[in-house]
Design a protein around this ligand. Sequence first.
Ligand SMILES: O=C(CO)[C@@H](O)[C@H](O)[C@H](O)[C@H](O)COP(=O)(O)O
Ligand SMILES: O=C[C@H](O)COP(=O)(O)O
Length: 950
Amino acid sequence: MNPVRELQNHGQAVWLDFLARGFIARGDLKHLVDNDGVRGVTSNPSIFEKAIGSSDEYDSAIARILDKGDRSVAGLYEQLAVEDIQHAADVLRPVYDRLHGADGFVSLEVSPYLANDTKATIVEAKRLWKSVDRKNLMIKVPATPEGLPAIRHLISEGISINITLLFSQKVYVEVAEAFLSGLQEYVRHGGDPSHVASVASFFVSRIDTAVDKQLDEKIAQANDPAEKARLTTLKGRIAIANARLAYQDYKRLFSSDDWKRLEAQGARPQRLLWASTGTKNKDYSDVLYVEELIGRDTVNTIPPATLEAFRDHGRLRDSLQENLDEARQALASLAEAGISLDAITRDLVKQGVQLFDDAADKLLGAVARKRAKILGSAIGQQTLSLDPAMAKSVAAQAEDWRAAGTIRKLWQHDKSVWTGADEDKWLGWLASPAAEFDRAADYEDYARRVKKQKFTDAVVLGMGGSSLGPEVLATTFAKTAGFPKLHVLDSTDPAQIRALEAAIDVARTVFIVSSKSGGTTEPNALKDYFHARVAKAIGADKAGHRFIAVTDPGSSLDKEATKLGYARTFHGDPAIGGRYSVLSPFGLVPAATAGINVTGLLRNALAMVRSCGAEVPPHDNPGVQLGLAMGLAGREGRDKVTILSSRKIADFGAWAEQLIAESTGKEGKGLIPIDGESLGDASLYGNDRFFVDIRTAGEDDAAHDEKLRALENAGHPVVRIVMNSIDQIGQEFFRFEMAVAVAGAILGINPFDQPDVEAAKIRTRELTAAFEKTGRLPNEEPALSTARFDLYTDDVNARALREKGADGDLSSWLKAHFARTEPGDYVALLAYIARDDKHISDLQRMRLAVRDREKVATCAEFGPRFQHSTGQAYKGGPDSGVFLQITTDDARDLTIPGRKISFSVIKAAQARGDFDVLTRRGRRALRVHLKGDLRSGLSQLGDAITGALN
Ligand SMILES: O=C(CO)[C@@H](O)[C@H](O)[C@H](O)[C@H](O)COP(=O)(O)O
Ligand SMILES: O=C[C@H](O)COP(=O)(O)O
């Protein structure tokens, strides 16, 4: 007779420790069931890794699933695994029926990542039990300290459980007790115990591998030949001795009175199952862990090669209860030799979890790659071109993060990923795309209502996180027919406010007042201003209906919106910081107002959320890859993240700028985003750059691409991101959010606070309070005053500049100022003037002149907008900035109804507040205040800069 089949006659069931789709489909499993009498199947993460991860057998199934709609990587794996388990269970169902539920089981393991989490194990086990939906299923749960209560709980709910990663007799007893007590509870609640099956998977060969290693060390150290011989006899015997003694515990536990009572009610014993029964040491028999463990009411789950070997030359005898004294003696000798089996088995549990984690990482990484390949251009493509040393350090960091499960921790809101401050309270952005997608119908309903009102324009009044995302949407998407044109106003500059007002029809405009805190100066002033304008145009009683508020619940704006009868208030999530809020109402309400397809935007974004998911290992996780590269490059001095956005998504950099600067620039560390600096010759760049080129497919620009290639060839890190179309913009929002959170962890800062933004706000409030009191801002002494400009700075800067040759002429001051730049520094122009096309190109000319001459990175920013964005890094980040603030006397001021203070005064206070904080922080800063006509003032400044640089 076939020895495998014959094991049945010794009361032992043979299960197969293997599973694969083709193996079942081809009928190979059925063949083993029919011919070898195989009565069960076990699976584990390593088995699925081999089946799914290391073959292409599942590729068509993955494509078929994705064809019906995108899935998370874990979801994809789970669907494949559940299908395989169902198929195997169906093959074994006749065995189960024939044996009246005594055997014929297939096991599916909960995620190894949950091994130390009781609650999550219970939730997942129940979910898997339900989705496989087969009576002959067992859910595998590891015998970790946290697994034990889960095992008891699941049994008490009538779920059949296979307890895995069991190595020690002591833990085995606990497992059996958990089973008994769980089953008692199930019966107490009226359950029929005959439906509940359980096995305790006691691992064997791994024990010998670990013990033999220690024995070999002792043998090598021993001088006495007799001692050497004694130790040698223990090799290859401990695992079997341990298992045999565990079986004695089994017999005792399952003959107790407690058990007998349960048995009388139909309960079936929890059988011991021998796992890890493939021989690892080639010096031992290839069927050692089968032949030596044959006994009644046990199971051996055997890997295919061992099964074949046993079929070929296995010998049968009732071995399990042989030589028990010898077994005890062997364990005692081991202890005498100073080897602790307890310690070894404890380690083996930990290692076992880690091995399954590793297998799961490998498996999920492979599934992630397969998903990405099948989805192709449906996900924005990212390539990292890094020099070998940086590529190596990114790979090493990715491996550290993989082994430590850092991405999972990040998704689980574990603040230890960062500084352990309060980062856990700011992670709402991880879940918001999915939550908002579920609410998409509400946005669509809202959009329909907006459409009906036939507004010509919609204006977002907000700053930073409340304005930059909407601005990307407003400038990236064309106006939708029938919907208002979307504008964003994030300035206190009177000319800019007037220009916006002139561009809209106030009587037919909807205003979106957007402020998370509700307390931000600019949107509040703008709201009052436009409320009065609308009231004048359509009547005070109707004005409120033209306003929408987007704010966090309970804010002052929330209350005011109710008081003023706003048409609607959308609440943000207080667990999302402003710069992370674009895929929440702060971006989505403006999008819906403008008729942008919110459902499509979010559906697209979710593809990237999945690509960056908790289960996608760092090597295959695009957001994490980008973040590790940015963070590690930054740590090595390549901290100028130069964003090159193509024409169609030109504004993306302005959003990314805030995210990067405000998140990372603090405690003297951080990344300095460089936006809008067009590419130049490779010789213009220092080795402080990190380039990110982002575009939509087909937006190739030969001249730009050639320069980028030159930079790449010169060894600069270059990341290329190609979106299939602008519809994928939501993906990039999420990719960058994840990347910046990751970079923050690498830099060792809290990426969710903005300590230095507050400092400027406080100083501004002091100045405006002084104005409210006295009717003017406090006096200030210029370092130099001429008919066309005044120069201001603090004493320290003034002294330093004079020492460098600054005298009575603007160019000399600028020359001295720029001369302070060192390699690795950046120069930032901070202009408190209207942000319009002309001024943008004026600043661009100036910055490029500085870049080309000084060969440093440059920023061209408008105040007060940048104060809510890059301002954080300028003040709190690395002390590598050289700042030139540009202010002016506004030709025409603009009053704010009901307030003493005007827009011009607010802007002046903001500029001074900002400048004061810069100088108080010891930054290199100079302010040039242009007098008289702004255009000619800017032109003279431009000339002075050129003069200074030459
Ligand atoms: O736990 C069970 C069955 O319940 C098995 O599937 C178990 O995971 C396997 O036997 C082991 O993982 C295989 O271990 P090894 O041969 O790699 O040492
Ligand atoms: O990025 C944030 C800005 O400082 C605006 O904040 P807010 O949304 O609370 O008005």
